[in-house]
Design a protein around this ligand. Structure first.
Ligand code: OXD
Ligand code: MN
Length: 592
């Protein structure tokens, strides 16, 4: 625990806030987290002795645990995630809004006495590298030891953050309680004006580990709007080309559970010996325009909160080694024979398992063993294929950025925007099929601009405008691409093999960045000359490949008309720049 000197060195406003929360929640005990190994051991032991989670086989999974959440608390709940401001227009038509005063009143009532007989943990945390102008600090109060342990993996927390809080002019306040886990009173409220978060009656990571989507995206996006930078739902990847003796940094936005972590951890195919791929971040990037006019990015996080289900030797071989120590698994299955975790995609299923709810399971059982949104929380620093740049306080210079989503038809495997401004349009018009990361039905096509639909803390029309404003400050903009790994043939099979093979597309991007190859112009942007895609070692018929790039004019007109309906929802908030880009593209497609 932090000592008194350390606590007293924190801003008075923070000490007063902690006092206020203690009074309101009637917590028994305040515990100030220092982030040390000793503290972590005490907390992990506590959860084990209390039977709140299962310690896994120490020989195979050192310091790893399995946690099960109730069936009604397994994913982000978008319909209970609120942006709370003075007027609805600030939140815009895509967010759920509640008037600030009303939300505060409701939340204080729910928090009243909620931590009676519980310990209240105070977690100072740092988002981003140490000593960086781009980093931010926050303090989360929670009554969940599970949340503390997750925060320790995903952020730089404790002592290290105390030091930084003193040097920063602002800290985000985040309050969480597991409450009674009732769905009808579950709320994740964001107060952008106050830089305040309140979340109750949930323990699922995306709702309760408040540094993540609530701070690093929803609140950070409003701070970014006010300060002229971008908080994005993007991975950040370093690709080294040994032959050209160069590193490239590529950021990319893909909707939740659409292979973003896999792409961030991509292993180039066997014959791509000249290349190395390393991860800077897998989920969130903060992008800044430097004084030199370059667009630079940092990963504000310190670990991965990835989807376990489907993660295996073919989808993401790189992460598997990392999951053998210091990892928390949530809602995966358990192999009782050797006390190890299991999920679909990891290996052939064992004869007997306990599924994610703790019920006996066999390969012939009709249900999934692991939940589709089961997760691993694991530290970045032990990941063998990380880029050391994740610690660089200056961030990395972006060479390219990409957008994309899960679409079974129409959208080509890859295409390149003609300009950065057109790239903003590509991001804004992203539509994708929904996945298990959000509750509700899966596989429905919905607009998900920049994969930020669920994460933009303010009116998305204003957010598009903000992108154009930032673009004006960028001197040498990165190239912008759009990708779609999920196009299907008429039999409903995926055409492109995906996973590691996606590196072939990244290589084409690098050749475009370096001006090594030309491209084919379509009204929507540039697609590759098929011969420029390096397909060595891949069995894919030419016909199939052409299908991946087939341009369906009528389909595109329909797509653009649907995008237009979506944009119109924002009324005057959509900037002229976006309509100009849109109209240009519409005209080009129409005349094609
Ligand atoms: C995530 C998500 O957890 O996008 O990263 O849902
Ligand atoms: Mn995400």
């Amino acid at each position: 625990m932090l000592n008194n000197n350390e606590i007293n060195s924190l801003p008075d406003s923070l000490i007063l806030w902690v006092d206020e929360i203690k009074k309101r929640t009637k917590s028994d005990k305040v515990y100030w987290c220092d982030g040390s190994d000793k503290e972590n051991k005490e907390l992990t032991d506590l959860l084990t002795t209390e039977g709140k989670w299962i310690k896994l086989n120490e020989n195979e999974y050192q310091n790893c645990y399995l946690y099960r959440t109730p069936k009604n608390d397994v994913a982000r709940v978008e319909d209970r995630t609120l942006i709370c401001t003075d007027n609805a227009e600030e939140a815009g038509p895509t967010n759920r809004w509640m008037k600030k005063e009303k939300a505060l009143k409701m939340m204080w009532k729910l928090f009243n006495g909620v931590m009676k007989k519980r310990t209240m943990y105070v977690i100072p945390y740092l988002m981003g590298p140490e000593n960086s102008d781009f980093s931010q600090v926050g303090v989360e109060i929670t009554d969940s030891a599970y949340v503390v342990i997750n925060m320790r993996i995903l952020t730089r927390m404790g002592r290290i953050a105390v030091k930084e809080i003193k040097n920063k002019e602002r800290y985000v306040r985040a309050l969480h309680s597991t409450g009674d886990l009732s769905l009808e009173n579950r709320y994740i409220c964001h107060f952008p004006d106050e830089r305040l978060l309140m979340s109750i009656n949930t323990e699922y990571g995306g709702n309760a580990v408040l540094s993540k989507k609530p701070h690093a995206l929803r609140i950070a996006s409003t701070i970014a709007r006010d300060e002229g930078w971008l908080a994005e739902h993007m991975f950040l990847l370093e690709v080294e080309n040994k032959k050209r003796n160069k590193n490239y940094y590529i950021s990319g936005a893909l909707p939740s559970a659409s292979g973003k972590t896999n792409l961030a951890m991509i292993k180039p195919p066997a014959n791509f010996n000249d290349f190395k791929a390393r991860t800077v971040g897998d989920d969130i990037s903060w992008l800044f325009v430097g004084k030199d006019g370059e667009l630079r990015g940092i990963n504000p996080e310190n670990g991965f909160f990835g989807v376990a289900y489907g993660t295996g030797p073919s989808s993401n071989p790189n992460i598997l080694q990392s999951l053998k120590k210091n990892t928390v698994f949530t809602n995966v299955a358990l192999n009782p024979k050797n006390n190890t975790p299991w999920w679909e995609g990891l290996s052939e299923p064992p004869e007997t398992l306990y599924d994610w709810t703790g019920t006996e399971w066999h390969p012939w059982s009709k249900k999934n063993a692991a939940h589709k949104n089961s997760r691993f929380t694991t530290p970045l620093k032990q990941y063998p294929f990380k880029s050391e740049a994740y610690k660089d306080p200056r961030g990395v210079k972006l060479s390219a950025t990409l957008f994309g989503g899960r679409r079974s038809s129409l959208i080509p495997l890859v295409y390149e925007a003609k300009t950065f401004e057109q790239g903003i349009l590509l991001g804004a018009m992203t539509r994708a099929e929904t996945t298990a990361a959000q509750s509700g039905s899966t596989g429905v096509v919905r607009s998900d601009p920049m994969s930020m639909l669920a994460f933009c803390g303010y009116n998305m029309g204003d957010y598009f405008k903000h992108w154009f404003d930032v673009a004006k400050k960028v001197k040498r903009p990165p190239k912008v691409f759009n990708v779609n790994w999920f196009r299907k043939d008429e039999k409903g099979n995926y055409i492109w093999p995906g996973f590691g093979e996606n590196f072939r597309v990244l290589k084409w991007m690098i050749d475009r960045i370096d001006g090594k190859v030309n491209a084919v112009e379509l009204p929507i942007g540039f697609i590759p000359n098929i011969d420029d895609l390096d397909l060595k070692g891949l069995v894919l018929e030419k016909e199939k490949l052409n299908e991946l790039f087939y341009f369906d004019k009528q389909g595109w007109l329909k797509e653009l008309n649907e995008v237009k309906i979506f944009f119109k929802k924002f009324g005057k908030h959509i900037p002229d720049e976006l309509w100009d880009e849109f109209n240009k593209m519409y005209k080009n497609v129409n005349e094609y």
